[in-house]
Design a binder for this molecule. Sequence first.
Ligand SMILES: *Cc1c(COP(=O)(O)O)cnc(C)c1O
Length: 407
Amino acid sequence: MIKRNSGFANLTAGYLFPEIARRRREYSASHPEAKIISLGIGNTTEPLSKHIAGAMSDYCLALATPEGYSGYGDEQGNSALRERIAEVFYKGMADAGEVFISDGAKCDIARIQTLFGSDVKIAVQDPAYPVYVDGSVVVKAAGKNTGAGYKGITYLPCTEENSFFPELSKIKKNTLIYFCSPNNPTGATATREQLKKLVDFANANGCIIIYDAAYCEFIRDKNLPKTIYEIEGARKCAIEVNSFSKPAGFTGVRLGWSIVPNELKFADGSSVNKDWNRVMTTLFNGASNIAQAGGLAALDEQGLKDMKAQVDYYLENGKLIKQTLDGENFKALGVKAYFTGNGPYVWAKFPGKTSWEVFDEILDKCHVVTTPGSGFGPAGESFVRFSSFGHRSDIEEACARLSKFTF
Ligand SMILES: *Cc1c(COP(=O)(O)O)cnc(C)c1O
């Protein structure tokens, strides 16, 4: 028989979100009357903009005509969309040839892991979005699981004490550093000074940064950088991944992109961009042409307005959740809620409780699903994440219930 990929055996039991779903199902089965509201998984809830959906619909119908039909496109993406992304998001900081269109940021991160293979050292923010660690485990770059994390991974605690920006000195030379800003789950958004520190560290130590900017459109503070390429030197040390999922509601449509600057080099001097092009043309066959038509519409004048309105809606939800968590009942429990207004998540600490205890209590008493912070890494213990993705009426109802919460 064929041996199982040992990377899979090395994965820690149960991906976070299936475990949340299991507990929710179990609770529903024993409490059929409970009307459960999910502030758990970071999934978008609001309908697509008519303008963007219309562009996809028109494109799709045209595919049923001889003039409008097209098969495979360029694996790197539609050139008009690559140009438009460079123009809208990077304004001279990256050009169209460095933009690779994909089926989403998570999928790009998984493919990036094939680019660096199993010999690379890894550093992640702790807590972190699970694919950085789990994907590294699957490609056998993470090393053995010691029970306190993987040997090949340097965990960078992001805590209240360091304002959720990690100490970098622990990172070894020549490490692949995953960095997410605005952060999922903490919501922390790195300042220009913080990112400069990160970029300078990477350049001085032969590191490459995988910068996950999936929430950059949520940044409302004009002083905060929306792309890592706003930082001098980043083109020599950073790959950026990004996505239409959260700002345009494309979680189901599937469309994202990555930026791999021409200056980025491996130790032997060869071009990372060139290998990435090889990965995308060999292991990927291009994003859906229908989704790309939607992406183009999202980046025209009307589309940009619609995306901003959708993001504003979620940010307002976040504000309501934060206000609720600042209430007297939570204060009495010593709860501290963090919400920057530049990302969709509220990150809340419940001193003296484990994340899963808080999760179970809030589910039981409020019928609200949250995400246990410990599922994102050891430094997330005692925290839970509240997502602001939801219909306003559900958010209001959840807040009303939460305002009566106590242990
Ligand atoms: C939602 C999310 C993504 C988006 O992934 P897609 O595959 O583009 O849907 C990427 N990174 C983070 C941190 C996310 O939360």
